[in-house]
Design a binder for this molecule. Structure first.
Ligand code: AMP
Length: 377
């Protein structure tokens, strides 16, 4: 079970978006075969994989058949049921494990896991009814953010409450489902740590990076984060602890708020490579995706050293409103790297690709990445 999965073997990926695509590109470069399973066809991952299987994630017979054709299974998408992970695990190693997935795919369980172990988190309460929502708002304090316990992403399923009278309306908006109530934190920075943990507990990280969001969607990542070395190493230390506590194998991202009084609070955990780690493809000796291949295949982790300061901007479907963006203009800027995900339908808010810019300082890289996006349209 613990023998390394070597090049030539097949990696199975549950999910088929851009994270699976970038994983597949790295895996294929290293000589692996890649199979992907999702309900979609001609998917970002499927386009670059050896095999694209079209099935629902809760079709356990399809998951078992998929697992029979691969040597190890991983995810690029955390909303896969633990039943699916368990079904695959009957046949091949599943990394990260179904239990790590179970905890991190649901806010309520994730918050409980963190709070029970004494991690610094935002003040929160759980609510399963309108009455509990009102009690929770009283306990947590206003303003608050109500988030569905089942994971949304990119701010989906989140509503701010400034006045207690809004509770009724927000309970309706989130569809009367289990929720987490969080006090709104006043933060100076949002940062994240991408890290990998191997089969034998080996740990590698990319330091703290800084994230700026627009409409709850990641807009810009600046690497390294422009925070003090003490805060950055505190965040790395917490990410390491989370991975050890989860017995985690693979790549994970922990997102943090840096509060105005200089504390680091864990916001959430993503049990997979993360959008804020895309800069590692162009700026680091080993990318987060190669690291995922190495970790889930039971190999030594690669050197995560960042060779140059970098910044990444997301390219959302909004950029296509006036037609195809001017790629040539962006690519004329030195040290600008374009990544497109092969999606044909550029809807507003949809992540279509990203640009990474390299420079001598993080500030310059951020300015260059933003300038490269500006010239697109
Ligand atoms: P999340 O999906 O929990 O990462 O939330 C998406 C974004 O909403 C975060 O990156 C923050 O910008 C904002 N946000 C979420 N929770 C809070 C909070 N408790 N206080 C302030 N801002 C928040």
């Amino acid at each position: 079970m613990n023998r390394p999965v070597l090049p030539g073997a097949t990696i199975g990926v549950l999910g088929s978006g851009q994270l699976g695509r970038m994983l597949a590109l790295e895996a294929r470069r290293m000589g692996y075969r890649v199979h992907t399973l999702s309900p979609g066809v001609d998917t970002p991952t499927g386009q670059v994989a050896d095999l694209e299987v079209n099935a629902e994630y809760d079709d356990l017979d399809a998951i078992r058949a998929f697992a029979r054709g691969v040597d190890v299974v991983t995810f690029e998408f955390e909303n896969v049921s633990t039943d699916a992970a368990d079904a695959a695990a009957e046949l091949v190693p599943v990394r990260p494990s179904g239990s790590a997935l179970h905890i991190t795919q649901q806010r309520s369980r994730e918050k409980g896991f963190l709070a029970d172990r004494g991690y610094p988190v935002t003040p929160f309460a759980k609510a399963q009814s309108l009455d509990e929502l009102a009690v929770g708002l009283g306990a947590v304090g206003l303003p608050a953010i109500v988030k569905t316990a089942a994971f949304g992403y990119d701010g989906k399923g989140q509503h701010r409450i400034d006045r207690i009278e809004d509770a009724d309306r927000v309970w309706g908006l989130i569809g009367h489902q289990e929720a987490i109530i969080e006090r709104v934190v006043t933060f100076t920075h949002e940062i994240s740590v991408i890290a990998a943990r191997g089969l034998d507990g080996e740990f590698a990280h990319y330091g703290a990076v800084e994230n700026l969001h627009r409409n709850h969607i990641l807009d810009l990542t600046v690497a390294p984060a422009r925070v003090s070395p003490e805060l950055a190493s505190e965040a790395v230390h917490l990410a390491h602890r989370v991975m050890d506590d989860l017995g985690y194998i693979g790549v994970l991202c922990v997102e943090f708020f840096v509060t105005s009084d200089g504390r680091v609070l864990v916001n959430e955990i993503a049990p997979r490579p993360h959008n804020s780690g895309h800069f590692t493809i162009d700026a680091c000796v080993t990318s987060q995706f190669e690291q995922q291949v190495r970790a889930v295949c039971g190999l030594s982790l690669g050197d995560p050293t960042q060779v140059r300061p970098a910044a990444m901007v997301n390219l959302l479907g909004d950029l296509w409103v006036n037609g195809e963006p001017d790629w040539a203009a962006a690519l004329a800027i030195p040290d600008v790297k374009l990544h497109l995900y092969g999606k044909s339908d550029p809807r507003v808010g949809r992540k279509m690709g990203h640009i990474t810019a390299l420079a001598d300082t993080a500030d310059e890289a951020a300015a260059k990445a933003l300038a490269a996006r500006d010239v697109l349209c």
